[in-house]
Design a protein around this ligand. Structure first.
Ligand code: DGT
Ligand code: CA
Ligand code: CA
Length: 574
């Protein structure tokens, strides 16, 4: 990796910041800042000339010490002095520097005077009025800071569901090995299959909480025990994931499970329903006066307020209670309902496995069909197929299908929707396929009307069948592009197209609320893995979770159909 002037300047700036926080000699601080400015203003990269110490020395403001550091950074990629300073500084302080109006001087002041070194602590100190008493902090500055902190804290990225699973599941499994332990359930947003989670909430049923508690805090991956009481604890894992534990007596387990599954809005609505019936509902049970009338199971809690059990994915206070009252709860789609997968890649483009390997892996998971949908040529980074490459694959698939038993590979393509709404391959070629998935992979920033029209126009193609990852968002990385999804959904119905729920943990796109919209408009979806390797079929369960959050039943999902039925659905009715 070549080292650019900007990299060296960034090191010097950070050193200057940290020194200033620590009230170092102002001349030293200024030397680093000046050197940083000089480097950034230099018309050429200095890294090619580091052998020439003299040269660095000739630059204004760079002496022997700093020129030595430049050589060190260029040759080793590191700077010992910075590493040492970082170790000596409280870890949250650099984050505070990014807030508006907080330079190193002020950060140093709040750190030394108030022992504040994280955004959370700073917000608390501002709310208590402690910061406002420091010299140089007016009410205006304080207000601006509070506002910035509130957004900053709200924007701390939440962990993707599939990543959280890698930590939460083994932890729960480890707790299950505690002697005398009853049920162990991961509750909270995780149980509701939210696409990201803020923290993990584990519930354990046990008469005696001490052994569970002991085991919980001694887990290998625990970095810090934040709080520990007789029946509850909070820890941080090495990756900073927060895990809350509650140990509950078996007779209260259902009430606690309901409470800690949430969502909060759903809980409040259920509690209100209880109040209307003269009942008090808490995490310990359902009470009439002092008498516990329910709480051992979740079913008993719902029954106490006259409701059937409601699946966790629906508990978002989006009409689930009304639906339950009226006997209109959906029978949600399950992973075992899926008969096939309609979006997968192979080695022919950016996948890792061959056609036959993908087919066998899908069949092993109980699927009966798999559509191969490579990228098209416009997506050069993925080695997208041109017409010739695609036709070659079509022949290979025909050959394989003649050999496969009880399994069918479908011929498809994930064709780029170009900026003007045309497709990246001619209709004549697309007509030879079983299905055509259209995808937006470029021009993400078109204005809303243009972006929407582009997609509507693509759907008008005679062979277009499924709109891939309809909003284009990548969790914690890329916002959805700006489109009018209700127009797209209505157009899909008119054109006989379907929308994909892309099950890749970074996408989970279609979003749950749009699944509800599609269902209301009578537009079916396809839950697809977008597999690039044989293990990616594991992700289908997250797509199913998203569909369930969107109230979808098996009947709303085209790939729950047997192949003959599916083929009828794929024939476009225009
Ligand atoms: P997260 O962690 O941000 O992804 O979302 P949750 O839903 O897991 O929230 P969390 O971990 O703060 O709390 C777990 C559940 O506990 C939450 O879904 C509902 C319940 N809960 C927490 N605080 C309250 C509260 O103040 N009132 C009520 N009724 N329930 C609460
Ligand atoms: Ca949680
Ligand atoms: Ca929690």
């Amino acid at each position: 990796m070549p080292v650019h002037n900007a990299d060296i300047a960034a090191v010097f700036d950070e050193i200057a910041d940290l020194l200033e926080i620590e009230n170092a000699n102002p001349f030293r601080v200024r030397a680093y800042r000046n050197a940083s400015r000089t480097l950034q203003g230099l018309g050429r990269d200095i890294s090619g000339e580091v052998q020439d110490h003299e040269l660095a020395l000739k630059l204004p403001g760079i002496g022997v010490d700093l020129s030595g550091k430049i050589v060190e950074i260029v040759t080793t990629g590191k700077c010992q002095a910075l590493e040492k300073l970082r170790k000596e500084t409280a870890p949250g302080l650099p984050d505070l520097l990014k807030l508006p109006g907080l330079g190193p001087k002020r950060v140093g002041l709040i750190y030394h005077e108030l022992d504040v070194h994280t955004p959370e602590q700073l917000l608390r100190a501002l709310k208590d009025g402690r910061v406002q008493q420091l010299p140089g902090f007016g009410d205006k500055t304080a207000d601006r800071l509070m506002e910035a902190l509130e957004t900053h804290i709200a924007e701390t990225p939440r962990m993707k569901l599939a990543s959280a699973a890698q930590y939460a599941e083994p932890y729960a499994e480890y707790l299950r090995a505690t002697p005398q332990v009853g049920e162990v359930v991961i509750a909270g947003s995780y149980r509701r299959s939210r696409e990201t989670v803020g923290d993990i909430d584990i519930l354990v049923a046990a008469q005696d909480s001490a052994p569970v508690m002991q085991r919980f805090v001694s887990y290998d991956d625990v970095k810090e025990i934040q709080a520990q009481g007789p029946t509850r604890a909070t820890v941080f894992l090495k990756n900073n994931l927060q895990v809350d534990l509650r140990v509950i007596a078996p007779e209260s387990f259902g009430a606690a499970l309901h409470y800690f599954t949430g969502s909060k809005a759903h809980n409040i609505a259920i509690r209100r329903r209880g109040q209307q019936r003269g009942l008090k509902i808490s995490e310990y049970g359902v009470f009439k006066g002092k008498k516990r009338i329910a709480g051992e199971t979740e079913e008993s809690v719902f029954a106490a307020v006259g409701l059937p059990w409601i699946p966790p994915e629906l508990r978002e206070e989006r009409g689930e209670i009304e639906a339950a009252v009226n006997g209109l709860l959906p029978v949600l789609v399950e992973l075992s309902d899926l008969k096939g997968d309609l979006h997968a890649h192979t080695k022919a483009t950016d996948g890792h496995n061959s056609l036959i390997e993908m087919a066998r892996a899908a069949q092993q998971r109980g699927l009966h069909y798999l559509a191969i949908t490579e990228h098209s040529k416009h997506l050069t980074i993925a080695h997208g197929l041109d017409q010739k490459g695609l036709l070659k694959q079509v022949e290979q698939i025909d050959g394989l299908n003649a050999q496969l038993r009880d399994f069918t590979l479908l011929k498809g393509i994930e064709v780029d929707i170009l900026e003007d709404g045309s497709l990246d391959l001619p209709d004549m070629v697309l007509g030879k396929l079983d299905l055509v998935i259209g995808a937006v992979h470029s021009n993400f920033h078109l204005p809303r009307a243009k972006q929407t029209d582009r997609i509507l126009k693509a759907m008008d193609h005679p062979h277009f069948t499924i709109l891939a990852h309809p909003t284009g968002r990548l969790l914690n990385q890329r916002d959805p592009y700006d489109v009018d999804m209700s127009r797209i959904i209505r157009h899909a119905r008119q054109r006989g197209c379907y929308l994909e729920i892309n099950a890749h943990p970074e996408r989970l796109d279609l979003l749950d609320t749009y699944c509800m919209m599609a269902r209301d408009e009578g537009v079916m979806v396809s839950i697809n893995s977008d597999a690039h390797s044989t293990t990616d079929f594991d992700n289908l369960k997250y797509g199913v979770g998203q569909a369930r959050r969107g109230w979808l039943e098996a009947g709303n999902v085209i790939n729950t159909r047997a192949l003959t039925e599916l083929r009828k659905l794929l024939r476009k009715t225009m």
